[in-house]
Design a protein around this ligand. Sequence first.
Ligand code: GLY
Length: 348
Amino acid sequence: MKQDIFTGTAALSKLSEISRQAFSSVFVLCDENTLAHCYPRLKEFLPAHQTLIIKAGEEHKTLATCEGIWQQLTLHLGGRNSLLINAGGGVICDMGGFAAGCYKRGIPFINVPTTLLAMVDAAVGGKTGIDFAGYKNQIGLFCNASAVFVDTGFLKTLPDREIVSGFAEVIKHYLIAGKNEFQKLLNLKLPVRTYIDDAVIAKNIAIKQDITETDPLEKGPRKALNFGHTTGHAVESYFLQNPDKKLLHGEAVAIGMISESYISYATGGISTNELNEICEVIFHYFKLPVIPGNAVNDILKLMLQDKKNISGKTNFTLLNGIGNYNIDKSVEENVIIESVKYYNSMLA
Ligand code: GLY
């Protein structure tokens, strides 16, 4: 089913119109950051509502935080016809969608993404969930937001590290389905804030929607959107164990895209030149850490929980030239280890 997505200057006026429809009550989920920086602007467009505030950060994307949301909804008599508006980044959209999808067996929710990552990825396509037992998005539902409202004005409030993190998903979209856009990025290497505009956001949402509408439940082609995420999620979970070294999601995906581009190269999917171009773009935008040599076994173990695995085998989405991909590729462990070594060698 096509998801209603509103972008551009009129998006928040449209939100105003839709949120005033016949909902019995309206709740707005924010974290401390979006409450301070985004909510003051957003609330002008909303009918009477109750705010639900949670702590910011991936470490709070937990069942305990969801319980808090459900308690607040219950306390304020949220019902089947209440609306939850998720105002925030990937954590808020993923967890708010999950909380709404479970509460009273499902209430309508709307996403108002405020980070680049959420605008081009998390808010769109119906994946919701929480982290569990040290694994990313281990518990969740496919459950579409009733609508998504993207206003790039919110990006002005975002620290540079966050906006660059979101750019990883833009690069990913171009690597799997945007050869020309990738070439332009390689040639111009514009700063992220100069490059991102309504047209770029709309292009990225279109790439994602084309895939998610074909395969909403990730039985096949949607796995393309996981390019960079098999290594990326494992690396992100590994670094999450040490709060001082925490990586942002997009930073982990950037590392994952280098590892998985190397694997694509090592298995004949891309040329040396293409591998070099991908590294050139990623290292132009991202400042990334070394992966400690003794982390590799942990990372391999974390990969065993990847949701694309079949019969205990770690499956990758790999590139088949820039702008094209193959799914369900199982890879020898020694090639995965080589890919991490290759990544580290690029930092030397
Ligand atoms: N973020 C990947 C997906 O939505 O499938």
